[in-house]
Design a protein around this ligand. Structure first.
Ligand code: CP
Length: 326
C-alpha cells in the first residue's frame, strides 16, 4: 500500500477522492452502521511526541473499520531510547502490523521510518515539518463550513493567525490550498513568527493573493479565521516563546469588532487554555461559527478514509457491514 507522508503527494483529484470516501464513512463514525471491513487487521499507532486527538482518532478510525490497535506513546517507553534506528523499528513493527500511524519530533523521521516498512505508513506529524491528515481534515472542514453559506473553497478569503513559523498545520494546509483557485490569504503573525518564505512561494506560485500583516485589528474579516497555538516546544528557548504569549487572543469581543458575522473560527487544537495564553477564548464556546470541535469529528472521517484507501478496501466497506447490537 501507499504511504501518506506529505501533502505534496496530493493533487485536487486525490483530495476530492479522499473527501468522497470520508463522507461515506459518516454513518459508521456516528455508529448508525457498523462495518468489519478491517477485521483482523492491526494498526501500530506509534506516537513519540505528545498527542491527544491525532493519536486517539487514528485508533478510533481503525477500530470503526473493524481493526485492532496496538500503540506506544513517548520516546522513553520505546526501544528508540536504546538507540534503535527508525529503519530497524520499521522492519520489526511492519512484521506485526498491517498499517502504521506515527508522530515523531524530527522533520523527515516518518519518511525515514517508511523506508523500512512494507505496510502503509501515515504521518501523524513529523516535528515542524508536516501534518498531512490535519491539513486534510482542516480542508474538509472549510469545505463543509463554507457550504453552510452557499460558498466553496475556490474564491474564499482565509486569515491564518498566530505562530505561522512553527505551526506545521498551517504549512500543510497552505500547500493543499495551492490546488484551489483565487484564494485570498491574510497571514497574521507577529514579526519573528511569520510564514516561511518557502510556503509563501507555494501560495504565490498558485496565483493566490497574499497579505502579510503583524496585527489582528482590521485583518480578521475573512471567511475562515484559522488560529494557531504558539508552538513553545519548537522555540530555541522558553524566554523566546514567552515574548509571544497571549499576544494574539481572539475573544468574542475581538470577533464582534474585527471578524465578519459569518467568519468561521478554526484551530487545530490543542488551544492553550492557560489564562495568559488562550488563543481562542472560552467565551467563544457557544459561538455557532466556532468549528473547532467539528474539525475533530471530520478528523475521524479523514483517517477512516485514508486507512480504507491505503489498505485498498474503500469499495468494500458496505459489503462487510454487521448489525449494531446496541
Ligand atoms: N491537532 C493535533 O495534532 O492535536 P494533538 O497534538 O492532540 O494530536
Amino acid at each position: 500500500g501507499e504511504n501518506i507522508l506529505s501533502v505534496n503527494q496530493l493533487d485536487r483529484d486525490s483530495i476530492e477522492h479522499i473527501f468522497s470516501i470520508a463522507k461515506k464513512m459518516e454513518p459508521y463514525a456516528k455508529k448508525q452502521k457498523r462495518t468489519q471491513v478491517l477485521d483482523g487487521a492491526i494498526l501500530a499507532n506509534l506516537f513519540f511526541e505528545p498527542s491527544t486527538r491525532t493519536r486517539v482518532s487514528f485508533g478510533t478510525a481503525f477500530n470503526l473499520l473493524g481493526g485492532l490497535v496496538r500503540e506506544t506513546t513517548g520516546m522513553q517507553s520505546s526501544a528508540l531510547a536504546k538507540g534503535e534506528s527508525l529503519y530497524d523499528t520499521a522492519r520489526v513493527i511492519s512484521a506485526y502490523a498491517d498499517a502504521v500511524a506515527m508522530r515523531h519530533p524530527d522533520a523527515g523521521s516518518v519518511a525515514e521510518f517508511a523506508t523500512g516498512s512494507d505496510v502503509p505508513v501515515i504521518n501523524g506529524g513529523d516535528g515542524p515539518n508536516e501534518h498531512p491528515t490535519q491539513a486534510l481534515l482542516d480542508l474538509l472542514t472549510i469545505d463543509r463550513e463554507l457550504s453552510r453559506f452557499g460558498a466553496g473553497i475556490d474564491g474564499m478569503h482565509i486569515a491564518l493567525v498566530g505562530d505561522l513559523k512553527y505551526g506545521r498545520t498551517v504549512h500543510s494546509l497552505s500547500k493543499l490550498l495551492s490546488h484551489y483557485k483565487n484564494i485570498r490569504f491574510t497571514m497574521v503573525a507577529p514579526d519573528g513568527l511569520q510564514m516561511p518564505q518557502s510556503i509563501l512561494d507555494v501560495v504565490d506560485n498558485a496565483g493566490h493573493r497574499i497579505e502579510v500583516v503583524s496585527k489582528m485589528e482590521g485583518n480578521l474579516a475573512a471567511d475562515i479565521v484559522y488560529q494557531t497555538r504558539i508552538q513553545e516546544e519548537r522555540f530555541p528557548s522558553q524566554e523566546e516563546a514567552n515574548k509571544y504569549r497571549g499576544g494574539f487572543r481572539i475573544s468574542q469581543a475581538i470577533y464582534d469588532a474585527h471578524c465578519k458575522p459569518s467568519s468561521v473560527l478554526m484551530h487545530p487544537l490543542p488551544r492553550d487554555s492557560r489564562s495568559d495564553a488562550n488563543e481562542l477564548d472560552n467565551d467563544l464556546n457557544n459561538n455557532d461559527n466556532l468549528a473547532i470541535f467539528r474539525q475533530v469529528q471530520n478528523g475521524v472521517l479523514i483517517r477512516m478514509a485514508l486507512f480504507a484507501l491505503t489498505l485498498g478496501v474503500e469499495n468494500q466497506v458496505e459489503k462487510y457491514e454487521v448489525e449494531v447490537p446496541w
